[in-house]
Write a protein that binds this ligand. Structure first.
Ligand code: DX5
Ligand code: ZN
Length: 220
């Protein structure tokens, strides 16, 4: 069975009740938790650091935590997030001077290795790093904020990335992040996406179970 996971992004959660929000969205059927780390430098917004992840683990959350690092420099935080309990770590090529080394660092920490591609970033970068990757995260909005609209040119890139992954004969997961909702989920899924990051569309819904069930039906 192909992986097809809904990854609620806690960027849109109520931070004053973060542990409960995560527990609730997992009980409602979320598969993994997407954890958006922003530094007000690589992106114009500021969120949470490794201490917050550590306290989520201490609270008893055992699900896969998919850490999306939108920070520069990134290497120190790769190690800190791994120590805090990350399972997947995705970084952006623009956030490091030595991408190959940073990707190796994620692997040496024992985490799954992800590369995030922004809307205006070329896919050429994949040519020399594909062998290092477990996940390609295609940004369908410019990173920094939840609640933005899905950028339509992502579809063309999705097609290209899917082909690159298939031709590599490697088990690389294709993840899409930004602007995903009930209306566009089915079309996005038709490109063979494995992980769907959903922030505002889940957390703005009153009933997490209902919205996640409705989304799951679109995937089946
Ligand atoms: C944006 C983040 C996303 C964001 C998605 O920089 O990487 O994960 O939380 O939020 P929505 O689903 O509201 O676009
Ligand atoms: Zn993200």
């Amino acid at each position: 069975m192909e992986t097809s996971w809904l990854a609620p992004s806690i960027l849109s959660a109520d931070f004053s009740r973060l542990g409960d929000e995560i527990r609730n969205v997992l009980e409602a059927g979320g598969d993994i938790i997407h954890f958006d780390v922003m530094d007000n430098h690589y992106v114009p917004n500021l969120t949470f650091g490794p201490m917050v992840l550590k306290s989520i683990r201490n609270y008893g959350i055992t699900s896969i935590i998919d850490v999306h690092l939108m920070v520069s420099p990134v290497d120190d935080l790769i190690v800190q997030f791994s120590d805090a309990g990350a399972d997947f770590i995705t970084i952006h090529p623009e956030s490091t001077n030595h991408l190959h080394r940073s990707l190796n660092l994620i692997k040496s920490c024992g985490c799954k290795v992800g590369l995030g591609i922004n809307p205006a970033t070329s896919l050429n970068i994949l040519e020399y790093v594909m062998d290092q990757l477990d996940i390609i995260l295609l940004m369908s909005v410019n990173p920094g904020f939840s609640g933005q609209n899905f950028i339509p040119s992502t579809f063309k890139k999705l097609l290209q990335v899917r082909k690159l992954i298939d031709n590599s004969h490697k088990n690389v997961l294709l993840e899409v992040d930004g602007g995903i909702n009930l209306d566009n989920l089915k079309e996005i899924a038709s490109f063979g996406v494995n992980i769907f990051v959903v922030g505002s569309a889940i957390f703005k819904a009153k009933n997490y179970k209902k919205i996640i069930n409705d989304m799951r039906h679109k995937l089946n």
